[in-house]
Design a protein around this ligand. Structure first.
Ligand code: COA
Ligand code: AMP
Length: 641
């Protein structure tokens, strides 16, 4: 249901008096101490939202709904086609489970401010674990299950958690994902010692044995089920609005991931505001975000957003295809009366590839679906058109990042049903002053592509800083254009103010909606003794949007066969980053094109492999290297054909 005020007027109000706008929005949250000040700018360019307020996020997600008499409402629907389980959890049940899990963590010595790493598949206990941390004022850091032990270890050393919560196993396509060997390996690799590992055994995952007693020196291992059942439910701990709720690591341009820090107060306000105004979801509505709790989309709209709004969230442990088929999404929408589906364009492309005319949707009742939201990567017009024609419902592209925590640009379904345009995530939302600038920070004309920047301060719910990295935050995001946040995306605005996001300006690539750093892959390829030099670029992929491609120059005197080398490189990336890197292709070349100052021309190489027009920079060191890449691209295209 759209509101009585139109979008233009809401945006105008947010610009006229931002403090008033966000203090009013803060009225949707139950505070222990209500905010009287919106934003503290005394440490600019670092800003702190609601500096004099106190609250507990899990209280806002659970207790207040139970206290309001909605304890029997369904908070979470777990649907797992991989372990063949479906279960509904009421708000009262969730509150009981979260209280006990918080009691278990407290018994493990966790207090407010301590960090807890969560490394789990898409199971209800992952949500319970996150909320249990929030209840104690502890800071969770969820690590996506597709990352390997080495990535986990680097996060352990950065976040220094007191506890890890994990599960014995998950199921990915046809294989069992064993979490415990990865934990043991990560604990060995990390310098930091974790006091306690808590394991939820999953007998329903065949072959994922939870034999973990004394698995690692210095760390005790606890069984989730017995410890949480015996635990005394813990009440919510009041924290400052500015205290961290979670750290979420995301790929930066270097090999070391950035720990995005989200606060409690600004986040709660942003979740409440966006649920109502962007997604039009409230009490009694069902939202299904088909992502993973390991990503920001999962944090915001599987866990916190729907529960803070008092709605029902669907936790789906499956894929768009193959679990068991490309009709899975339509089944879930019908079976659970989903009002809003949120997923990544890749998921739609996967369904379309398997079932081009969506014949598997026939027989399912999709009438309760109000809209589909997409994010995580560029929504190509072709996929948008296909989905719109299929559903006959709004398919709403919206653009955001791990850093922002919620949408920068969207068509706000809860305010006004604005016309959508293919290829555009529509308009900047309140609080996001978006502009397009050239390399000198000058605003460029409409339709001209440039750096997308956002005026400071960013609105509530966006990153407060990087974990123990204020200076890194300033250097990475706030220094290029003083007074503005650098998104790392490029794009343009059309004459009507619709934004078009075209791609990254840095070395981040987006594979199946997963954000990956080519720099970290290059570091791994460079470890191979046969590799003298290398580059990784993200090339177009019809299903995943992009896929990583390695270009390697052999060390002189090397005799290794190309196929053997590539297989070894693929295995190394899988072992060190994880399956999620989806690194499967590499090409041996005799040289890499570089500028005279030695900068590798990754963008030019990507354009050549994509078959796009490219411009050879005048500063190129040796133009013959371009010919080498053109030939390699031609050969690889022929091979792929
Ligand atoms: N734990 C362990 N491994 C995982 C994993 C997890 N949670 N998630 C993915 N992987 C593995 C996959 O099994 C795959 O392994 P493989 O090389 O053995 O096949 C590998 O990581 C690459 O995964 P992915 O790129 O996702 O490819 P896929 O072929 O398994 O699936 C899609 C393709 C399109 C079905 C899938 O990417 C998808 O559903 N994407 C939706 C996008 C999404 O959720 N984005 C999140 C941000 S909104
Ligand atoms: P992540 O931090 O993993 O959410 O990835 C954020 C990045 O994904 C953004 O910086 C964009 O490059 C890309 N992205 C996310 N949503 C969109 C979208 N709707 N359109 C284009 N790119 C997007």
């Amino acid at each position: 249901m759209a509101s009585t005020e139109n979008f233009e007027s809401v945006v105008a109000r947010s610009k006229q008096d931002p403090s008033r706008f966000w203090l009013e929005a803060a009225g949707a949250i139950d505070w222990d101490v209500a905010p009287t000040v919106a934003v503290d700018d005394s440490d600019a360019p670092l800003y702190r939202w609601f500096p004099d307020a106190r609250l507990n996020t899990s209280y806002n997600a659970l207790d207040r709904h139970v206290l309001a008499g909605r304890g029997d409402d369904t908070a979470l629907i777990y649907d797992s086609p991989v372990v063949l389980k479906k279960k509904r959890y009421s708000y009262s049940t969730m509150l009981d489970k979260v209280g006990r899990a918080a009691g278990m963590l407290a018994a493990a010595g966790v207090v407010a401010g301590d960090r807890v790493v969560i490394y789990m598949p898409m199971m209800p206990q992952a949500v319970v674990a996150m909320l249990a941390c929030a209840r104690l004022g502890a800071v969770h850091s969820v690590v996506f299950g597709g990352f390997a032990a080495k990535e986990l270890a680097s996060r352990l050393d950065d976040a220094k958690p007191r506890v890890i919560i994990t599960a014995s196993g998950g199921i990915e396509s046809d294989r069992v994902v064993e979490y415990l060997p990865a934990i043991v390996n990560a604990l060995e690799l990390a310098e930091h010692t974790v006091e306690t590992v808590i394991v939820k055994n999953r007998p329903e995952v065949p072959g994922s044995a939870a034999e973990f007693e004394d698995a690692t020196p210095g760390t005790r291992w606890w069984d989730w089920s017995s410890r949480s059942t015996d635990a005394v439910p813990h009440p919510p701990v009041s924290v400052a609005a500015t205290d961290p709720l979670y750290i979420l690591y995301t790929s930066g341009t270097t090999g070391s991931p950035k720990g995005v820090v989200r606060d409690n107060g600004g986040h709660a306000v942003a979740m409440a505001w966006s649920m109502r105004n962007v997604y039009d979801i409230g009490i009694g509505d069902v939202m299904w975000t088909a992502s993973d709790v390991g990503w920001v989309v999962g944090h915001s709209y599987i866990v916190y957003g729907p529960l803070i709004a008092g709605a029902t969230t669907v936790l789906y442990e499956g894929k768009p295809v193959g679990t068991p088929d490309a009709g899975a999404f339509w089944r879930v929408i019908d079976e659970h009366s989903v009002k809003t589906l949120f997923t990544a364009p890749t998921a739609l492309r996967a369904i379309r590839k398997a079932d081009p005319h969506a014949e598997l949707s026939h027989g399912y009742d999709l009438s309760r679906l109000d809209a589909m939201f997409l994010a995580g990567e560029r929504l190509d017009p072709d996929t948008w058109t296909w989905a719109t024609a299929l559903l006959q419902k709004p398919v709403i592209d919206h653009w955001w990042q791990t850093e922002t925590g919620w949408a920068i640009c969207a068509s706000p379904r809860g305010i006004e049903h604005l016309p959508l345009r293919a290829g555009s995530p529509s308009f900047p939302l309140p609080g996001f002053g978006v502009s397009i600038v050239d390399e000198h920070g000058e605003q460029v004309p409409h339709l001209e592509e440039g750096n997308i920047v956002i005026d400071l301060p960013l609105p509530p719910g966006t990153l407060a800083t990087l974990w123990q990295g204020d200076q890194r935050y300033i250097d990475s995001y706030l220094s290029a254009f003083p007074g503005r946040y650098l998104t790392g995306d490029s794009g343009y605005l059309d004459r009507d103010g619709y934004l078009y996001v075209m791609g990254r300006t840095d070395d981040i690539i987006n594979v199946a909606g997963h954000r990956l750093s080519t720099g970290s892959m290059e570091q791994i390829l460079a470890q191979h003794p046969a590799v003298a030099e290398c580059a990784v670029v993200g090339v177009k992929d019809a299903l995943k949007g992009q896929k990583p491609l390695g270009l390697v120059v052999l060390a002189s005197g090397t005799t290794i066969e190309e196929a053997v080398l590539i297989a070894e490189l693929v295995a190394m990336v899988r072992e060190q980053i994880g399956a999620v890197a989806a690194f499967r292709d590499a090409v041996v070349v005799s040289a890499l094109p570089k500028t005279r100052s030695g900068k590798i021309l990754r963008k030019t190489m990507r354009q050549i492999f994509d078959g796009d027009d490219y411009v050879v920079p005048p500063t190129i060191d040796d133009t013959r290297a371009i010919t080498v890449i053109v030939e390699a691209a031609g050969a690889s295209t022929r091979r792929l054909v």
